[in-house]
Write a protein that binds this ligand. Structure first.
Ligand code: SRM
Ligand code: SF4
Length: 559
């Protein structure tokens, strides 16, 4: 491992990582402590690398404090599934685990995988062991490492999809931490590694910050490829995957009132072959490992490394680590950054059904039994499941002969929660936020349905009800639902108050801008009322809302 100019004046998290003996810390001892449902802060920092966060139920926090009880602790557990592919057998085990040890829900995420919430400390080992038995891992689902690698779950062009998915899997595997700590702490308790592990790529301090990779297959940008530290855009020739355009330096996170933090779209660097992709990603990650800011975690993503040193420096530094030259950026075109709902058929004749799952929460509601319905479906389905990059779920690989039965099952259980919704409602996303997210400043997932119905009323007023519209809500500026590329985004500022962002588009290659700060719902709806009215009157043929807002200079786009 080469090491760049790293300061000794590093953040506390850096110290914790370096002293952790490759992510061990005292996690094992803390888990064994029966006196609290929590673990100490430094161990909680380290468990993130193992794919789990200590949280507490914020809905009952104040009441528990009043009663002098410790917070209602629970762990969020997130798996790592490159490309989001799961077998039906894995689904059934997942479903059982959700009911046995979590809060009865499987939560599909914005990065094509699932989370559990509310796992108690005493059930953590059993949970991790059962995930391991499914041939899945939670290692590196969170933490300062490469996270779950996303890949467009494209059904129609299956040869290209298969090759792109294979690249996503290779990237994921190659960049997985090597530490034996995971096995030792969660699985059988035995050391399977030498006393000192080696992390040939990461080194003992891992990365300065999280690192994210996505593979997009045009014309679909459902992964929001420019929101990633590294984005690969598939290049197809005569139905085959021939290589990738490579973009680097994307990221959504920002902090209110700190202009030195900002969302940034990844910059296109050039192109590479399919075989070169893993090396390119590894070396971009290594530049970040060596030059990323280890003092200030708010300034530690690759986007800041690139902006601080300059794009030319970054390209030269990357090139100096490669023994091949990146080719020119090749032409590509994106049409949409959402999911495609309903049935799609691939060239081999198999069918794929994309179900809309409201904010990815697969749970039994009194009127719609999503968890139970999915269990029934998994028992008869002979294909696989795929999580989408937008919190939805695909019943993939259905034979023509089975299609009617799957459709009937989906209908019987009301599995397609989007069947009666408008497109803008199905395309909308919200992050988890309250009550589990410790960083949430406002509601997101729980508020989205109400907000969308109010927006729907406005759209109807102007004859725009069927207008596709990309709306995203997050409970804080960290950007977990990638709000800064949406046409309309609400970014939580305080309970019931949001920053209103306008001017993204439907292909995910333009950032929106802050239109008004700290607005109540009433004010947001007032603003949108006026904007929709003008849009309906003055839009050009085929023009989207975000494009209109930028053209009419109602919001000045950064791009
Ligand atoms: Fe995220 C932190 C949930 C995708 C940017 N994110 C969190 C935490 C773990 C809160 C915390 O640190 O205590 C949230 C847990 C909430 C909960 O109760 O479950 C959380 N993030 C999520 C998920 C579950 C949102 C969802 O509704 O689906 C997504 C899980 C993805 C996955 O499967 O890995 C999720 N987070 C994202 C994305 C979108 C993406 O990656 O495509 C982003 C923006 C892209 C990016 O990274 O730039 C994102 N999450 C953040 C950040 C800001 C990072 C930054 O650079 O500033 C934080 C805060 C942090 O890291 O300090 C954060
Ligand atoms: Fe939590 Fe903020 Fe992420 Fe929403 S955007 S899940 S509130 S960290």
């Amino acid at each position: 491992m080469s090491s760049g100019p790293q300061s000794t004046d590093v953040s506390h998290v850096e110290v914790v990582k370096r002293n952790s003996n490759y992510l061990r810390g005292t996690i094992a001892e803390s888990l064994a402590d029966p006196l609290t449902g929590s673990i100490p802060e430094d161990d909680a920092t380290l468990t993130k690398f193992h794919g789990t966060y200590l949280q507490d139920d914020r809905d009952v926090r104040a009441e528990r404090t009043r009663q002098k009880l410790e917070p209602a602790y629970g762990f969020m557990v997130r798996a790592r599934i490159p490309g989001g592919v799961l077998s039906t057998g894995q689904w059934l085990q997942l479903d059982a685990l959700a009911r046995d040890h979590a809060n009865g829900a499987i939560r599909a995420t914005t990065r094509q995988t699932f989370q559990f919430h509310g796992v108690l400390k005493r059930d953590m080992k059993a949970t991790m062991q059962r995930i391991d038995a499914m041939m899945l891992t939670t290692l590196a689902a969170c933490g300062d490492v490469n996270r779950n690698v996303m890949c467009t779950p494209l059904a129609e062009a299956s040869p290209v999809h298969a090759a792109a998915l294979n690249t996503a899997e290779r990237l994921s595997k190659h960049l997985l931490p090597q530490t034996g700590a995971y096995h030792e702490i969660w699985l059988d308790g035995r050391r399977v590694s030498p006393a000192v592990d080696e992390e040939p790529v990461y080194g003992p301090a891992y990365l300065p910050r999280k690192f994210k990779i996505a593979v997009a297959i045009p014309p679909w940008n459902d992964v929001d490829v420019f929101a990633h530290d590294v984005g690969f855009i598939a290049i197809e020739h005569a139905g085959r995957l021939t290589g990738f355009n490579v973009a680097a330096g994307g990221g959504m996170g920002a902090s209110h009132g700190e202009p030195a933090t900002y969302p940034r779209l990844a910059t296109l660097l050039g192109s590479c072959t399919v075989e070169q992709a893993v090396t390119v990603a590894e070396q971009i990650m290594c530049v970040q490992r060596d030059y990323g800011d280890r003092r200030d975690r708010k300034h530690a993503r690759l986007k800041y490394t690139i902006d601080d040193h300059g794009l030319d420096w970054f390209k030269a530094e990357l090139q100096s680590r490669l023994d091949f030259t990146l080719g020119p950026v090749l032409p590509y075109k994106f049409h949409h950054n959402g999911d495609r709902f309903g049935w799609q058929q691939d060239p081999e004749g198999r069918w794929h059904l994309t179900l809309f799952i409201p904010s990815g929460r697969i749970i039994d509601h009194p009127d719609r039994q999503l968890l139970t319905g999915m269990r029934e479906l998994a028992r008869v389905h002979r294909g696989e499941f795929r999580f989408t990059p937008n919190q939805n779920l695909i019943i993939a690989g259905v034979a023509e002969a089975d299609r009617a039965a799957i459709e009937a099952l989906a209908q019987r259980h009301g599995l397609d929660a989007g069947a009666d919704l408008r497109q803008f409602q199905r395309d909308a996303m919200a992050c988890v936020a309250l009550p589990t997210c410790g960083l949430a400043m406002a509601e997101a997932e729980r508020y989205l349905p109400d907000f969308l119905s109010r927006v729907g009323e406005l759209l109807e007023r102007y004859g725009l009800a069927d207008e596709p519209l990309n709306i995203r809500i997050t409970g804080c500026p960290n950007g977990c639902a990638r709000p800064y590329v949406a046409e309309i985004a609400l970014v939580g500022k305080a309970p019931g108050r949001y920053n209103l962002m306008l001017g993204g588009n439907r292909v995910g290659d333009r950032l929106n801008v802050l239109y008004r700060e700290n607005l109540s719902e009433t004010r947001i709806l007032d603003v949108l009322d006026g904007m929709f009215s003008r849009f309906a009157q003055h839009r050009q043929a085929g023009e989207g809302f975000g494009d209109y807002v930028v053209r009419a200079e109602l919001a000045h786009s950064a791009v």
